[in-house]
Write a protein that binds this ligand. Structure first.
Ligand code: FUC
Length: 797
């Protein structure tokens, strides 16, 4: 029987915590992943269900990828290119699409249409579960489970049989282990069995009186033995009482307190990830190291390590009565129209928490579920989708001051260059490299299995935006020199594959599609996708060509290429406004098949790109508004975050807030009428549905965009926009530690009654910067390390 938590129990965790303690908390044990508590250190992860009679801890390790390298390129696919292009030029899109489907998709099983766990493509999968089965704890009260974002420590507490039980857990990066500490208010009160299991391909043995090992090998997709091998160790260290083993489980009896350690390793050999030869031995070594330090010290080291990142940025928004509610109740109250600005700050912080916990220098990048998975066949293989998803994962990285955590993404991009050169050659007979919508640790760069989604040709240009943007934020020339060949290789590919549209004379991509949206031709109701020069492609190529030319100039390389890129830049099909006043999604004024489609990549130039802005292109900005109005304010999780960011760029904080409210609506079960309606799960994970982490990261980035934006960067004068899209609902507040392009840190930004009261900006390098707040503009020159303070109306202090 579950009774609600008393406020007394609730206060136990807030000892010493500031008023606006950053906690996600629930007053019931979790019954699903979407109610569990996620912890992680970038590589190792765990989902704590917090069960009372039986605790389930889902275990994760970033290298748990089935599959192996495959050659999914169709050799000589480029021989079909002239015919496909000719059909497109003749306006025969249906025929062109048919030919793309027959000749221009991935060879073989590709990604297994998103269910490729047993194909060579593979899937990111769970490492298994750790179960703690307690005796005699079925009746309980005063239950509270929380995730403390300030410390990255999870807590569970409840009372059963007159005894108060507590569990505390974290995943330490310094020690590469998850540690859980179980305590009870009475001595000798802890008795439970410890088990490990995994749905498949696992063997568990007790390797000592107090230690279990689980190990196995994942499917490589060819039924040979090239799959990833993994090793997992769990050690149980009681104080008082005993621990015994029986074959493949352990039993703790009458302990006062217990420490549980989890370590894991895989021998995945790919970019990022640890290079491990023997996964089982590595897990054993990690364990031996982790148990050497005392729990308290380990916890302090973990907190210090985590706070190095987390404390760089801080958002404070007003608290309300709702702030004290369990998180699922807060979601309900907010969706019902209540005010809860602090909930937005919690979501903002949760995104930063998730990035710190799923992406560290040297790890693989956060995938569709970060690092948290409880299945073997995860949704869409929990891979890296590159027509928005993995990019969105990294949108908060620079602006919220977590620049180093962006690096796993750069390594992913680098890993695609070599296989992408082969793909460029096979499909386009082109120089350089290209990658399409899907990717995995095995270097998958081929087009997807269906033209409807898999033929977008600009995904790799979108990836490259992250390289150049990192430079714009950091000015790191060493980095630019390292990644310049990647930018150049991408640009060379597009230079080779562009064709001239004879009607307009513009250069266009062909074939391609506008990410996943369809259109119908007059007199037909058949959804079609394949086109020439969709707007999204052209915006992305403008960005890539400009970035590559500028990078070449800064580095003093490839003068001839710079000239060519700049010349071709002027001939790329422009972003146009249609007769209905909206931004055209395609070259032709096609009718959309789904006017509310979740993808809105033809507004990429508004956000995260920079070619549409109310200050510089007011007409396009107006057309973007109309486009967003037509797309509507509903959709999947990431789409809501995408639109939130776009409304922020349009300077409409209240509309961005409508999207925020939609995103923070409790996720509902999927129905036939509403299969893909986004929202938020009780543990604050974003609902695509199902759980997909991009919406969490996208929301954090969009909230940052509501508070501060920047354009320009190194090489171009930076403009910093203060409070460009502050919603009325956030009447007062403050944010510290946001970063802008050009290397500036907005160390402080505070407002009251919706008006700026103070701003402090620090420069990294000497140079001019423009600061804007509403109609107030200041042009100043700052020296490296210098700080400038503004008050009301941007008055210098
Ligand atoms: C893209 C999106 C889907 C989903 C999938 C993982 O294909 O269109 O909505 O997010 O990625």
């Amino acid at each position: 029987m579950i009774r609600p938590t008393s406020l007394l129990a609730a206060s136990l965790f807030s000892l010493g915590a500031p008023a606006a303690a950053r906690v996600i908390w629930l007053d019931t044990p979790g019954t699903a992943l979407t109610e569990s508590t996620p912890i992680g250190n970038g590589r190792l992860g765990a989902l704590i269900y917090g069960g009372v009679g039986s605790e389930r801890i889902v275990l994760n390790e970033e290298g748990m990828w089935s599959g192996s390298p495959q050659d999914a390129d169709r050799e000589n696919a480029h021989e079909n290119l002239p015919k496909i292009r000719q059909l497109l030029l003749e306006g025969k899109n249906a025929e062109a699409e048919e030919l793309v489907n027959q000749t221009f998709t991935a060879a073989g099983a590709g990604s297994g249409l998103g269910t490729g766990a047993d194909d060579p493509y593979g899937a990111y999968q769970t490492a298994g579960s750790l179960w703690l089965d307690f005796k005699g704890q079925d009746d309980f009260s005063d239950y509270r489970r929380e995730l403390d974002l300030d410390t990255a420590v999870a807590h569970v507490q409840y009372t059963a049989g007159g005894v108060t039980y507590q569990r505390e857990a974290f995943v330490s990066a310094p020690d590469q282990a998850m540690v859980m500490h179980l305590t009870a208010s009475e001595p000798g009160a802890l008795s439970f069995d410890v088990r490990l299991d995994r749905q498949e391909r696992s063997e568990t043995v007790a390797v000592a009186r107090n230690e279990l090992e689980m190990f196995g090998q994942l499917n490589d997709g060819y039924q040979t033995d090239k799959g990833v091998r993994y090793g997992i160790r769990v050690r149980v260290v009681p104080t008082g009482g005993t621990v015994t083993s029986s074959g493949n489980s352990l039993t703790v009896t009458d302990a006062d307190s217990v420490l549980i350690y989890y370590t894991a390793a895989t021998d995945i050999k790919t970019f990022g990830g640890r290079k491990v030869d023997d996964a089982r031995k590595q897990a054993q070594r990690d364990l031996a190291k982790a148990v050497r330090t005392s729990f308290e010290r380990q916890k302090q080291e973990h907190i210090a390590d985590y706070q190095r990142y987390f404390e760089r940025c801080q958002l404070v928004l007003p608290e309300t009565a709702s702030s004290k509610l369990p998180t699922p109740e807060r979601l309900k109250a907010f969706a019902a129209g209540g005010e809860d600005p602090d909930l937005a700050a919690l979501l903002f912080d949760f995104g930063r928490y998730l990035l710190i916990s799923s992406s560290r220098p040297g790890t693989l990048p956060a995938n569709l579920q970060g690092i948290w998975a409880e299945k073997i066949q995860t949704a869409w293989n929990s891979d890296w989708h590159t027509n928005i998803n993995v990019q969105m994962n990294y949108w908060p990285a620079e602006v919220t001051n977590l620049s180093e955590l962006h690096h796993p993404m750069f390594e992913l991009i680098e890993s695609l260059v070599e296989p992408g050169q082969k793909t460029a050659q096979a499909y386009y007979d082109a120089r350089g490299w290209v990658s399409f919508l899907l990717s995995n640790p095995w270097g998958f760069t081929s087009p997807g299995e269906s033209a409807s989604w898999g033929s977008t040709v600009s995904c790799s240009a979108w990836l490259c935006q992250h390289l150049w943007d990192h430079y714009l934020y950091t000015g790191d020339q060493k980095f630019l020199r390292e990644v310049y060949p990647i930018l150049k290789g991408s640009a060379l590919f597009y230079l080779d594959m562009l064709i001239e549209d004879p009607e307009s004379g513009w250069l266009v991509t062909a074939p391609s599609n506008s990410p996943e949206n369809a259109f119908v031709l007059p007199g037909s109701d058949k959804p079609l996708h394949v086109v020439m020069g969709p707007t999204a492609d052209m915006q992305l190529l403008r960005y890539l060509f400009a970035a590559t030319a500028e990078a070449g100039e800064i580095l003093g390389q490839d003068a001839e290429l710079q000239r060519e890129l700049r010349e071709k830049w002027t001939r790329l099909a422009p972003t146009r406004i249609g007769r209905d006043g909206r931004v055209m999604e395609w070259l032709e004024p096609y009718q959309e098949y789904d006017p509310q489609h979740r993808h809105i990549a033809h507004l990429w130039g508004l956000y995260p790109g920079d070619e549409i802005h109310p200050a510089t292109t007011p007409e396009l900005a107006l057309a973007a508004r109309k486009t967003l109005d037509m797309r509507g304010d509903g959709s999947t999780g990431w789409s809501l975050a995408f639109k939130m960011g776009m409304w922020a760029r349009l300077g409409d904080g209240d509309r961005a807030h409508v999207l925020l409210r939609n995103q923070l609506t409790p996720a509902r079960p999927r129905t036939k009428d509403e299969p893909w309606r986004g929202g938020t799960y009780p543990n604050l994970f974003d609902a695509h549905p199902p759980f997909q982490i991009d919406g969490n990261f996208g929301a954090t980035a969009a909230i940052a965009e509501m508070l501060m934006q920047s354009t320009g960067g190194f090489g171009e004068i930076t403009t910093i926009y203060l409070l460009p899209a502050l919603p009325g609902a956030w009447s007062h507040g403050s944010v510290k530690g946001l970063r802008s392009r050009g290397g500036y840190e907005v160390t402080e930004l505070a407002w009251e009654r919706g008006q700026l009261t103070s701003a402090v900006i620090r420069a990294r390098e000497t140079g001019p910067v423009v600061i804007r707040y509403g109609d107030n503009v200041q042009r100043i020159i700052l020296k490296a390390g210098e700080t400038i303070k503004f008050g009301k109306d941007l008055q210098q202090r």
